[in-house]
Design a protein around this ligand. Structure first.
Ligand SMILES: [Zn+2]
Ligand SMILES: [Zn+2]
Length: 346
């Protein structure tokens, strides 16, 4: 198979021909029809993710068609259209049994713990517990775009943030995660404030549901600006970027008993950010992490897509080839693209 491959962190990947994967007893092999390129892939390529062993094939936001199944796989068959959460649980531990495969200690993550989907084929383990059957109405590029950012945002907003109609929600960072969060929170009836440093992203945020925007380069104190707009602070605030500044502001701009959800990754130098802990205590703030979404929660999200309440396809930017994906990956930290790039040709 053709695949994107690297042998050293931070050095340009190349396109190689590698052996086709075979399924484990509990796994499947999927012919990748579409796979999204994400900042987490960039973090992995930079060497920020301890789960990655070299050499490596990245890619974790995928959708495709099953081409081989292990002997223990009963619920899925060759030819099925599927996607999979980027965190797949083992199905056998306490976390998985409680319905929380997204924090399984034995998790399988394509593109991190194992070779991923920037390839013609990808092997997925624990298939029975984690595959999500795709309705015919959802195309592969849209389905691939759900695997990480959109699903992660759905859990962050709907489940961890418990966003309700009429609440103020602040979203810090309008990349893929942030724009998804804005769309989902608006669909749930919240008043969303989008915060970014790029006017193009803020104007797109307004198009997909934000009722107000803050350009962080033009206000002295972002948290104060949010408090003013909301008459006391956001009920829920999301750091969708993952940086010490956005994390701090996202907690600082909460109203009393507000909820912060950290979604943007905090790796490398950013792993121990400053937190206004006196305010967390005095105002009884709640701080959550959010890490992917369990396969069984996809149903609710897919229903909202099928009925048109959510339109993840609006967040897709460019369709690219596997070769064209190399510079997209390596410049991910400085990219200003609106919308996400999806590999649809191999
Ligand atoms: Zn497990
Ligand atoms: Zn991702």
């Amino acid at each position: 198979m053709k695949a994107m491959y690297y042998e050293a962190f931070g050095e340009a990947p190349d396109i190689r021909t590698l052996p086709d994967p075979t399924p484990t007893a509990d796994g499947v092999v999927i012919k990748v029809e579409a796979t999204g390129i994400c900042r987490s892939d960039w973090h992995g390529w930079m060497g920020h993710d301890p789960d990655i062993n070299l050499p490596h094939v990245p890619g974790h936001e995928l959708a495709g068609i099953i081409t081989a199944t292990g002997k223990g796989v009963m619920r899925y068959k060759i030819g099925d259209r599927v996607t999979v959460p980027f965190v797949s649980g083992c199905g056998r531990c306490g976390e998985c049994h409680s319905g929380n495969a997204q924090v399984c200690p034995n998790q399988f993550q394509p593109g991190f713990t194992h070779w991923g989907s920037f390839a013609e084929y990808v092997a997925i383990d624990y298939a029975e517990q984690n595959l999500v059957a795709l309705p015919e109405t959802i195309d592969f590029a849209t389905a691939a775009s759900l695997g990480c950012r959109f699903a992660t945002s759905f859990r962050a907003i709907a489940d961890q943030g418990r966003v309700k109609g009429g609440e103020w929600v602040a979203v810090h960072g309008c990349g893929g995660v942030g724009l998804s969060a804005i769309m989902i929170a608006s669909a749930l009836g919240a008043n969303v404030i989008a915060i970014d440093i790029a006017e193009t992203k803020l104007s797109f945020a307004r198009e997909i549901g934000a009722v107000a925007t803050i350009d962080a380069t033009t206000v002295g104190d972002v948290a104060e600006a949010v408090r003013e707009l909301t008459g006391g602070g956001a009920h829920v605030s999301i750091d969708a970027l993952g940086s010490p500044v956005t994390c701090f502001n996202s907690i600082k701009n909460l109203r009393r008993r507000g909820r912060h959800v950290q979604v943007g990754l905090m790796l490398g130098d950013h792993s121990a950010p400053q937190i206004p802990m006196a305010q967390v205590i005095g105002h009884e703030l709640e701080i959550y992490g959010s890490h992917g979404m369990q396969a069984w929660r996809y149903d609710a999200m897919l229903e909202m897509i099928a009925t048109g309440k959510l339109n993840p396809q609006k967040l897709i930017g460019r369709h690219v080839t596997l070769e064209e994906a190399i510079p997209v990956l390596t410049t991910m930290d400085t990219a200003t693209d609106l919308g996400i790039s999806v590999i649809t040709r191999f």
